[in-house]
Write a protein that binds this ligand. Structure first.
Ligand code: PGA
Ligand code: ZN
Length: 437
């Protein structure tokens, strides 16, 4: 069934910035998708087209991307008469219409909105759920489906919060839960105890939240953050059942070959900046002291040799985000140079569903794990909940247990788990190997 109407408009993300919403109409009805946006974006991501006109939306308008959908992509899709179930054909048509290697002409935000909408329209045409349709597209096993471990970003720092904490994300993962529903309850309890501790230890404003809904106390070090998180886990009686993950997101504090953990201080002293080897020592001390199972972006986006030296020395999950940017060429290099053992997959880093499927399968084929991720500027669109189940990844991060742009994804996973019943399993301790379960 082909597309009869394509329409895009400007809507707003969780930071109040403009973003692209796309609607596609077929004989089965109207389907919608909204595109998210990052703050600590990797420089190798596909281009998010912004107007740059400072007199409107502080330069962040997306009217060009919206008009590219309405006047270029939409008419071309309708003229092509491609069926909505031909995801690959439609994505390839958009890639060739754009004609650049980083989607800078039409904008990855324009292209992705259409790509995700097409998948929704196709699932409806086939009369199956979106996650089942994605599993078919990705050629993933469906018996049983795997429900992911949620990595809740309960304490926000770095580019996502005020305060001096350099590292961006401190996450809790209820790997010892029996189900996703239980993981949500455990996560909610720990999150609320953490909020109480933050207020007790750092004053009432420490309970205010950052861009991803985690508490954002004005603390200086990762140890301060981790001490409080571990205390909250222990108060709930979840020692051993709830583990911890960190995303350092150090591309924003990498300077002259060194890592500046005081980067938010205007007069940070360069003599305190850490060499890659000193940063490794720091990570070892954290790994020794805290129940950390996952480290994302331990090094900056182009510091390849530090990544591979570090991976040899640790046996936790090492996730590549800014390093790989869901980009096939960069993933291939990271696999070849043994930089990481897990891919962070963000749809808008690459801009089409087809290329995201290829990226996930490339990682799985190399024996890597895959974690599906939201962006720090999110929307009410729960697409990634279906994506993580369809891809059989076993792990997802979508912010804390607050703010509905985060809960939209987690709540959708609750519904999927309930709907599947005995036809699904919770990934639990085997979150890294979701595709092998
Ligand atoms: P971003 O943050 O969406 O601001 O890039 C998420 C992350 O770094 O993983
Ligand atoms: Zn990251």
């Amino acid at each position: 069934m082909s597309i009869t109407k394509v329409h895009a408009r400007t809507v707003y993300d969780s930071r109040g910035n403009p973003t692209v919403e796309v609607e596609i109409t077929t004989e089965n009805g109207l389907f919608r998708a909204i595109v998210p946006s990052g703050a600590s974006t990797g420089i190798h991501e596909a281009v998010e087209l912004r107007d740059g006109n400072k007199s409107e939306w502080m330069g962040k308008g997306v009217t060009k991307a919206v008009s590219n959908v309405n006047s270029i992509i939409g008419p071309a899709l309708i003229k092509s008469e491609l069926c909505v179930t031909n995801q690959k054909g439609i994505d390839e048509l958009m890639i060739s219409l754009d004609g650049t290697s980083n989607k800078s002409r039409l904008g990855a935000n324009a292209i992705l909105g259409v790509s995700l909408c097409v998948a929704r329209a196709a699932a409806a045409q086939k009369g199956i759920t979106l996650y089942k349709y994605i599993a078919e597209l990705a050629d993933a096993r469906q018996d049983p489906f795997v429900i992911p471990v949620p990595f809740f970003n309960v304490l926000n720092g770095g580019a996502h919060a005020g305060g001096s904490l350099a590292m961006q994300e401190f996450k809790i993962a209820p790997v010892g839960a029996q189900s996703f529903a239980e993981a949500m309850r455990m996560g909610s309890e720990v999150y609320h105890h953490l909020k109480i501790l933050a207020k007790e230890q750092y004053g009432p404003s420490a309970g205010n939240v950052g861009d991803e809904g985690g508490v954002a106390p004005d603390i200086d070090t990762a140890e301060d953050a981790l001490d409080m998180i571990v205390e909250a886990i222990n108060i709930c009686g979840y020692e051993g059942r709830v583990k911890v993950g960190i995303d350092s997101a150090p591309s924003v504090f990498y300077k002259d070959g060194k890592y500046d953990l005081n980067f938010k201080e205007p007069n940070s002293d360069p003599s305190h900046w850490l060499s890659p080897a000193q940063l490794a020592e720091y990570y070892y001390s954290l790994l020794k002291k805290y129940p950390i199972i996952s480290l994302e972006d331990p090094y900056a986006e182009d510091d390849w040799s530090s990544w591979s030296a570090f991976l040899k020395t640790v046996n936790v999950q090492i996730i590549a985000d800014d390093l790989t940017c869901t980009n096939k060429t960069r993933i291939a290099r990271a696999i070849e140079e043994k930089c990481a053992n897990t891919l962070l997959l963000k749809l808008n880093q690459i801009g089409t569903l087809t290329e995201s499927i290829e990226a996930a399968n490339q990682a799985f084929d190399a024996g890597w794990g895959v974690m599906i991720s939201h962006r720090s500027g999110e929307t009410e669109d729960p697409f990634i909940a279906d994506l993580v189940v369809g891809f059989r990844c076993g792990q997802i991060k979508s912010g804390a247990l607050s703010r509905s742009e985060s809960l939209a994804k987690y709540n959708e996973l609750l519904r999927i788990e309930e709907e599947l019943g005995d036809d699904c399993i919770y990934a639990g301790h085997r979150f890294h190997d979701g595709n092998k379960l």
